[in-house]
Design a protein around this ligand. Structure first.
Ligand SMILES: Cc1cc2nc3c(=O)[nH]c(=O)nc-3n(C[C@H](O)[C@H](O)[C@H](O)COP(=O)(O)OP(=O)(O)OC[C@H]3O[C@@H](n4cnc5c(N)ncnc54)[C@H](O)[C@@H]3O)c2cc1C
Length: 503
């Protein structure tokens, strides 16, 4: 996606200044761990949220907790902000070095340090790619359950920082339910061990507050993550419906029957049109929605539950139901879902992957609102959902070469999130807040709530050095709710206000 209408309000420091900082830092972490020239920094000025770009001054690639401490002590001495980054797949602009300074990339901290099969946990560095951990422990009959669709690239450190979800989190729970302990390096370089390898540790739950804090509390340098047994049996179905309302009725019926599928994912008509030419599943291009249902668990009773899912889909109006005959076909059915974002590139030159959440039963209402917003803004919007938990991903399609189209995409996103909140939901089901939704936090939280979050953040990072300008609005409100300068101002080609982070 070309960055037309993007936020880019600050150039990197001049090259000689960056070179001097790099030379000094190299004495602590080694020359080959630092990037500072314009060409080597280029891939790091953007993450998965491609509407915003901010170049860091230095990129540092440490390999150990001790090196991370060195980097943070150096940053503090030089008054530099530090932003942690895993694979940079985040869709909320969380890994952008918005105030420049050091981008601390964990890609080389990619070792699985220990696998304890009996106690079902693994000790890993933060740069381990999500899917690699499951591959590594598969011979022991185990896997790491949270499976963001980016799992082939995103890292466990990034997953922890965003409290990542994924299709199978409906049954197994999001990332926070699988984190037992974290090693965290704070802004002053001190190292905190939170949690325990054993279950239910005493003391304040520092793991709980750190997971989802988007790199604003500290840099995670080691994680102890829970592992779960691979299910004995798995059955996967793809049901085709005329419209999203009947697919939604099937979701309600399945959940209402007390069945807890491992995953319950929905794609709407426009998404089907995007993915079919890519996966060649034979999906009818006039279908209104497809529902991907996966059941897993003990083999005993699986036939009965599979039969119930079939019947409930039929009763809700499914035109056809296809069941995967083997693992290869199962992966093909999943390709339609996991490749859905990428396939959007077939429909428009730009697409903005959004993330919101509503109570599951409000999905039909939010979809009606999205249809209305799509008409108002004259933009097509394709929807992908984790339907079982009410998490929606509208993909707003726009023309990257048309600033007005970009501005309308911003407006559409803002309206959709307003609708989610009005319907009893919230601003994010899994991608986090980052830079993208920072200025919308006032929609979902009262000022006292935000002040409590800011106070907690200050307790971890009193100077606001870590990932500044992320998650919390830039200015406290003045009684009428927090101002939201970001989206509209950016769409109008203005830079966001420069008042600094609200911490
Ligand atoms: C195609 C696609 C599909 C996706 N599907 C899903 C999905 O199903 N579910 C989902 O939840 N997300 C999904 N995402 C979004 C993204 O992959 C997740 O947010 C993921 O957790 C980010 O991991 P990362 O390693 O890329 O982190 P980054 O993008 O590098 O960073 C994300 C945030 O984590 C912080 N961070 C990273 N590492 C550390 C660390 N070691 N210590 C402290 N803070 C750190 C960063 O500062 C930033 O705030 C998807 C993205 C894409 C492109």
């Amino acid at each position: 996606m070309q960055p037309s209408g993007e936020q880019r309000n600050r150039p990197a420091r001049p090259a000689p200044e960056r070179a001097a900082l790099a030379r000094e830092l190299a004495r602590r972490v080694g020359e080959d761990s630092i990037l500072w020239t314009d060409d080597t920094l280029l891939p790091y000025d953007v993450d998965g949220f491609t509407l915003a770009k901010f170049p860091p001054d230095l990129v540092v690639l440490p390999t150990t907790t001790a090196q991370v401490t060195d980097v943070l002590v150096f940053a503090r001495a030089h008054g530099l902000p530090v932003t942690a980054r895993g694979a940079g797949t985040g869709l909320a602009g969380g890994a952008l070095a918005e105030e420049g300074g050091i981008l601390l990339v964990t890609a080389r901290m990619d070792r699985v340090l220990e696998v304890d099969v009996s106690n079902r946990f693994a000790v890993v560095q933060p740069g381990v790619v999500n899917a690699h951990l499951s591959e590594r422990v598969a011979p022991h009959g185990l896997h790491y359950a949270p499976d963001p669709s980016s799992q082939m690239a995103s890292t466990l450190g990034g997953n922890a920082a965003t409290n990542a979800g994924g299709p199978h989190c409906l049954k197994y729970g999001q990332t926070h339910q699988h984190m037992r302990a974290l090693t965290l390096v704070l802004a002053d370089g001190s190292v905190v061990e939170a949690g325990s390898r054993a279950l239910d540790p005493p003391g304040l739950n520092l793991v709980g507050v750190t997971v989802g804090s988007e790199g604003t509390f500290g840099v995670v340098t080691e994680l102890v993550v829970g592992l779960v047994p691979r299910p004995e049996a798995v059955r996967t179905f793809l049901a085709v419906f005329d419209d999203v309302t009947s697919a939604g009725a099937a979701v309600t019926a399945i959940v209402g029957r007390g069945i807890v599928p491992a995953a319950l994912e929905m794609l709407d008509h426009l998404t089907i049109v995007a993915v079919e030419p890519y996966v060649h599943l034979g999906l009818p291009l006039d279908a209104g929605a497809v529902l991907l249902v996966e059941l897993d668990g003990p083999a005993a009773g699986m036939d009965r539950r599979a039969g119930e899912v079939h019947a409930l889909c039929r009763e809700a109006g499914a035109r056809s139901i296809r069941e995967a005959k083997d693992e290869a076909e199962r992966l093909l059915l999943w390709k339609a879902r996991k490749g859905a974002f990428g396939a959007m590139g077939r429909l428009a030159s730009g697409f903005y992957v959004m993330d919101g959440v509503v109570p599951r039963t409000r999905l039909p209402e939010v979809l009606a609102r999205i249809e209305q917003i799509s008409a108002e803004q004259d933009l097509r919007i394709a929807n992908v959902f984790h339907a079982g938990d009410g998490n929606l991903h509208p993909n707003v399609l726009y023309d990257v070469d048309d600033p007005d189209s970009v501005a309308r995409a911003w407006r559409a996103s803002e309206r959709i999130l307003e609708a989610c909140v009005e319907l009893g939901g919230s601003l994010s089901g899994e991608h986090g807040i980052g830079n993208e939704k920072r200025d919308l936090m006032g929609l979902a939280f009262a000022e006292d709530d935000l002040a409590a979050m800011a106070a907690l953040r200050r307790a971890f990072d009193p100077e606001g050095r870590l990932n500044p300008r992320k998650m919390l609005p830039l200015r406290p409100g003045c009684g009428e709710g927090l101002p939201r300068p970001g989206l509209a101002a950016v769409a109008a080609g203005l830079s966001p206000d420069g008042e600094g982070p609200w911490i």
